[in-house]
Design a protein around this ligand. Structure first.
Ligand code: GLA
Length: 668
């Protein structure tokens, strides 16, 4: 569109800003997303004066990879100018970034690789007629550490409407998941494990009109089904694999599905699915909030899709030195048993409440004297704590490394067992590895003495390549990374760096790239996830492909329809819960475009076509990369629709930061 002089006069007359220039930093940086810290006006991300190649700049934006800032130039701008580079505050570090500018979907500038200490680059772009201007800093493919990046002197000159922040076209939260039909459908895990004689709890997950009744044929001796709730309980003495036939029935019809119950020494035969309090409530958790979460998991319908665990993270214990009276109290009783803080007056009552809803319930601790949040942890009390967890009725333990150090092994007052790592102690494994393993071996041995299955989650951020020994030490899952936050940089940085870990996951033992960040999250200060709708599709698709534990991190009493739709797509969740338990790996990468594939038990492949770039692109999954040959049937999993049959590849348009998730079977 051209704006002539008359047009301009009319626009000015209609109250538009006068022609001029504006510093980008003055437009407001609230919408700028980045992988670490917060964007700074006229300062570096660490709040020093902006400095590039020895020169200080008065104006500009200090950011951190991976960073995205969208401007709406409203078609009235003339030029965009800036000087870009890695800020001198990280000189000598391994920082490396790339700056990119995209105008209405077309890449118009790339800086190439910019490392710490390199000369900055000048940008001077003609942006006449442009609406959407996207300023991007990538991690240049090697992670975001030290990537302090400056858009120094970033300025826009304009003749028409003044540029504003925000995308020219806002991404709409389009719900793709179709509504479940009124006829009954059984969802959730098709296989479940329990140890002989230990309490068993499994709720049949089924969608469809209520009232619904349930039946089960072939349950092993010791298990009973409640026909109205669909909850199966009891315990089985005899080891073995039992094939039960589940039935769900309502006024519209009946459906049957097999459930394999494996009574043996393995649990977590599919990745755990549930909720954890940390990403929403953090230090502000209480028994009331836990109960509300459990109730919301049922009332929102999530349990009809296989969601099961309600996990309490840090801050159920008393705090080291907080002034908050609800975090104060005796740390332990006279015998050394841990005492919850006053927000958790009745642990057994709380687990009964959750179990009665058909759900399982989890708890948190650390191997040092204090947790990551400085609450009482398990050091020198591991066995007593494991006894308490079992007596209270907990089903899951997240054991979070904080405050442990090897020297502590010398100051124990109670005997402990290191049996799970005996071979490493006798074979002279490197001290560092032994150090990483020891606290997990101690708690594993303590849990093994309980007559209850407690899923054991190692949380130590990947130290000592935990994936290579986590299974052997009896971990059911292990964090592979630091903490996630609800930014593209954090989520995508973690998710896409899981390539290579697929060799180590399998039934009973899973890699854990941390919890979900969709819905109302905020670590004590709730806000809607900062991930865009497409980024959220990427997040859920990738975590399902990765066989990751799926732990919802939002306030479940405040679900919106979009978030619910992300968490209730049974064809997508089935990828995560497939009994074969094969984690996806990357099969091809072309710049920002990546294809990841996961083998399914029925011989099909689940395939994610991802676009990590900031502009919509076509992504191709080639049969040669997927190990396929001949005609294949392709189904879109989010839309739950067959797409068609293809001979040698499947290609799809993928939105920026988005995904197309498909399943591929040989055509008949
Ligand atoms: C660590 C963990 C988080 C959370 C907090 C609790 O940061 O990685 O997931 O459990 O501790 O303090």
């Amino acid at each position: 569109m051209k704006t002539g002089h008359i047009g301009l006069a009319l626009l000015l007359g209609a109250g538009w800003a006068a022609a001029g220039e504006v510093w980008v930093a003055d437009l407001g940086l609230g919408n700028m997303a980045q992988g670490y810290g917060a964007p700074q006006k006229n300062k570096s991300v660490d709040k020093h004066p902006l400095k590039l190649g020895g020169r200080t700049f008065e104006h500009g934006v200090g950011t951190h990879a991976e960073s995205i800032f969208e401007l709406d130039l409203q078609g009235g701008a003339d030029r965009f100018t800036a000087v870009v580079g890695v800020d001198d505050e990280v000189k000598g570090s391994a920082a490396s970034v790339e700056f990119k500018v995209t105008a209405d979907g077309k890449e118009v500038f790339t800086s190439g690789l910019k490392k710490a200490g390199m000369e900055p680059s000048k940008i001077d772009l003609d942006v006449r007629g442009v609406k959407g201007l996207l300023l991007e800093v990538t991690d240049a493919g090697d992670g975001i550490n030290f990537d302090h990046a400056d858009w120094a002197d970033a300025k826009i000159t304009f003749h028409g409407a003044k540029p504003v922040v925000g995308p020219a076209q806002k991404e709409e939260a389009v719900i793709l998941t179709p509504k479940a039909p009124a006829t009954p459908r059984i969802n959730g895990a098709r296989i479940t494990g329990v140890r002989p004689g230990h309490p068993f709890l499994y709720m049949i997950a089924a969608t469809g009109e209520r009232p619904m009744t349930f039946a089960a044929a072939g349950l092993p001796a010791g298990l009973r089904l409640d026909a109205h709730t669909g909850i199966i309980k009891g315990s089985v003495a005899q080891p073995g694999t039992y094939k039960a036939e589940l039935v769900a029935k309502n006024a519209r019809g009946a459906v049957r599905r097999e459930l394999r119950i494996v009574v043996g020494d393995q649990i977590a035969l599919t990745p755990p699915m549930g909720w954890n309090s940390w990403n929403c409530f953090a230090h502000a958790i209480s028994a009331e909030k836990v109960k509300a979460a459990a109730k919301a998991m049922v009332e929102s319908g999530l349990t009809q899709h296989g969601w099961t665990y309600i996990n309490i993270d840090d801050f159920w214990e008393c705090h080291k030195d907080s002034k908050d009276p609800t975090l104060q109290g005796p740390h332990r009783d006279a015998e050394g048993h841990i005492m919850p803080n006053p927000r958790f007056p009745d642990m057994k009552g709380l687990t009964d409440y959750v179990h009665d809803l058909g759900l399982k319930v989890g708890l948190y601790s650390s191997p040092g004297p204090w947790t990551c949040g400085d609450c009482v942890a398990s050091y020198d009390h591991e066995e007593l704590d494991a006894q308490s967890y079992a007596a209270w009725g907990f089903d899951y333990l997240k054991y979070d490394w904080c405050s442990y150090s090897p020297g502590m092994e010398k100051t124990r007052t109670r005997p402990v067992s290191f049996a799970p790592m005996a071979k490493y102690l006798t074979n002279g494994a490197p001290a560092k590895l032994v150090h990483n393993m020891r606290p997990y071996a101690v708690m594993r041995a303590a849990l093994d003495k309980q007559n209850r299955d407690i899923l054991f989650s190692f949380c130590q951020y990947g130290m000592g390549e935990v994936w290579t020994w986590g299974e052997e030490l009896g971990g059911n899952c292990w964090r592979t990374t630091g903490d996630i936050t609800d930014t593209w940089g954090s989520m995508a940085g973690i998710g896409f760096s899981q390539h290579g870990h697929e060799a180590y996951a399998g039934p009973g033992h899973w890699n854990d790239p941390d919890m979900l960040v969709v819905g109302q999250v905020g670590w004590g200060h709730l806000h809607p996830s900062k991930l865009t709708p497409n980024e959220q599709y990427t997040h859920i698709s990738l975590w399902c492909l990765l066989c990751s534990p799926l732990l919802i991190g939002c306030d479940m009493t405040q679900f919106d329809d979009f978030t619910l739709s992300l968490l209730t797509n049974d064809e997508v969740l089935e990828i995560n819960q497939d009994p074969l338990g094969k984690q996806a790996g990357r099969v091809s990468k072309d710049g920002n475009l990546e294809v990841w594939a996961k083998k399914m038990e029925d011989g099909s492949l689940a395939v994610g076509l991802f676009n990590r770039g900031a502009v919509a692109c076509r992504v191709t999954a080639k049969w040669s990369d997927l190990g396929l040959a001949g005609k294949q049937r392709v189904r879109d999993l989010w839309r739950q629709q067959d797409i068609g049959e293809f001979d040698s590849q499947f290609e799809a348009a993928v939105p920026r930061h988005g995904v197309v998730l498909v399943r591929i079977w040989p055509a008949k």
